[in-house]
Design a protein around this ligand. Structure first.
Ligand code: LEU
Length: 293
C-alpha cells in the first residue's frame, strides 16, 4: 500500500527534518499534514495514505524534535517556529504550488497559525480535533474528567495534584480517559502506538504539552489565537469526534470565527477519528478537496 511513498530528510533552519510523501498517480491535489502532540510523530496520520489512491498526493513530516527529526535548541520549541518550519517543508517538497493543509489536534492549532500568516499558499484548510485556544481546551478537558466514573475522576485529582503521574491508579485512569476520548477501540494500530512512544522518548511533548493529554502544563498552556483566525478566508473543513478530548465546543469556536468553514461531527468517534471511522473520514476529506481544487 505504501509502495508509492518515498521518504527522506530536508534541512530546515539547520536541522534535518524527516518527511514522507505518498504520490498519487493522476494527481488532482496536494495535501500537507501536521501531526499533533506537540511532540508526537507523523505515524498516527498514515491512515491518510488511502487518499493517495484517490488522486491526492499526501505529505507527512515529523516536526522539530519529533519522531525521526532532529531537535533544535529549547528556545525554538514554539508554535511560531513550527509555522516557519511548515512553510519551509512545504516549499522544499511542493514548491510554490498551492496545497491543502490538514492538521490534527495540536497540528490543527499549528495549521490555524500557519493559515493566519500564509493562507495565500493554501487551497483549503482541514482541522481535525484542532483548537484555537489551549485554555478553552483545558477547561473542556476538566469537564470531561468531571464526567468520568468516580474512581477514575478521583485518581486523576488525587495523584494529579501532587504530580504522581506514574502511580498505577493514575495510569489506569489515564488509560480509561484515552479509551473514551483519544481512541475508542480495543486494539490500537501500531502507527498510533509508534507516535505515543516517540512522545515519551523525545523532549517536545513533555516540554510543550505536559505529562499527558489532559494535563497541559507545558509551554503552550496559555496559547490562544481565537481573535486572529477570523481573517482566514480559504475554504475550511473542521472535523471533531462526538467524544473528542478536544471537544465539540472547541471546534464550534473555530467554526464561528471562520466564515468559509463547515463543521462535521463524527458520531461515536473521539480524537483519532481518522482510525475510528477511517473510510468515512477519508471520504469526507476527499469530497472537500475535490470541491475546492
Ligand atoms: N495533545 C493534543 C494533541 O494530540 C493537543 C492538546 C493541545 C489538546 O495534539
Amino acid at each position: 500500500k505504501l509502495s508509492r511513498c518515498e521518504d527522506g530528510y530536508v534541512k530546515i533552519q539547520g536541522i534535518y527534518i524527516y518527511y514522507k510523501v505518498c504520490k498519487a498517480e493522476n494527481e488532482k491535489a496536494k495535501l500537507m499534514t501536521l501531526h499533533g502532540g506537540p511532540g508526537m510523530s507523523h505515524d498516527y496520520l498514515l491512515s491518510l495514505t488511502d487518499l493517495a489512491e484517490k488522486g491526492i498526493t499526501v505529505l507527512f513530516y515529523d516536526q522539530f524534535g519529533c519522531g525521526r527529526s532532529e531537535e533544535p535548541e529549547k528556545e525554538k520549541f514554539t508554535i511560531d517556529y513550527g509555522v516557519e518550519e511548515a512553510e519551509a517543508v512545504k516549499k522544499n517538497i511542493f514548491g510554490d504550488d498551492k496545497v491543502f493543509l490538514m492538521g490534527s489536534s495540536y497540528g490543527g492549532a499549528l495549521a490555524l497559525a500557519y493559515a493566519v500568516k500564509y493562507q495565500a499558499h493554501l487551497k483549503g484548510l482541514i482541522i481535525s480535533g484542532g483548537l484555537s485556544s489551549v485554555p478553552l481546551t483545558v477547561k473542556e478537558m476538566q469537564r470531561l474528567i468531571d464526567e468520568l466514573p468516580e474512581k477514575y475522576r478521583n485518581a486523576i485529582r488525587k495523584y494529579g495534584e501532587v504530580g504522581d503521574y506514574q502511580n498505577p491508579e493514575y495510569q489506569e485512569a489515564v488509560n480509561y480517559f484515552y479509551h473514551q476520548h483519544l481512541l475508542r477501540s480495543e486494539d490500537w494500530p501500531p502507527e498510533v502506538l509508534k507516535s505515543l512512544e516517540y512522545a515519551e522518548e523525545r523532549n517536545v511533548y513533555r516540554t510543550m504539552n505536559g505529562p499527558n493529554e489532559f494535563t497541559i502544563t507545558g509551554t503552550i498552556r496559555d496559547w490562544d489565537i481565537t481573535d486572529k483566525i477570523g481573517i482566514i478566508s480559504v475554504p475550511t473543513l473542521i472535523t471533531v469526534g462526538e467524544f473528542d478530548e478536544v471537544t465539540q465546543n472547541v471546534a464550534e469556536v473555530i467554526h464561528s470565527k471562520i466564515d468559509n468553514s463547515q463543521l462535521i461531527v463524527f458520531k461515536a468517534c473521539s480524537h483519532l477519528t481518522m482510525w475510528e471511522d477511517r473510510d468515512e473520514y477519508n471520504r469526507i476529506l476527499l469530497q472537500f478537496i475535490e470541491k475546492n481544487i
